[in-house]
Design a protein around this ligand. Structure first.
Ligand SMILES: [Zn+2]
Length: 81
């Protein structure tokens, strides 16, 4: 049987190392060349957005909260039938 679809679709976020000076998309912190960062593909374009590891942690935290909300919604819906 084929794998289930994921809510993380298309190109996946990946750990990268900056090759030149970049700025974190969220906190605007300067990431000097050679800094570990996370590149999250932008669904609206072929570009990826660069985030520092701290902000990526917060993004993952927010994703957990969103998934939890979805899970609760699903649980409620299935218990109503
Ligand atoms: Zn940041």
């Amino acid at each position: 049987m084929a794998n289930f679809a994921s809510l993380i679709t298309g190109r996946k976020p990946k750990l990268a190392t900056t090759k030149k000076i970049r700025h974190c998309k969220h906190c605007r912190r300067e990431l000097s060349s050679g800094t570990k960062c996370v590149e999250i593909p932008d669904p609206g374009s072929s570009n990826a957005k660069t985030y520092c590891l701290e902000c990526c942690n917060s993004i993952i935290g927010q994703t957990h909260i969103d998934l939890k909300g979805l899970e609760l919604m699903l649980k409620k819906a299935t218990s109503e039938v």
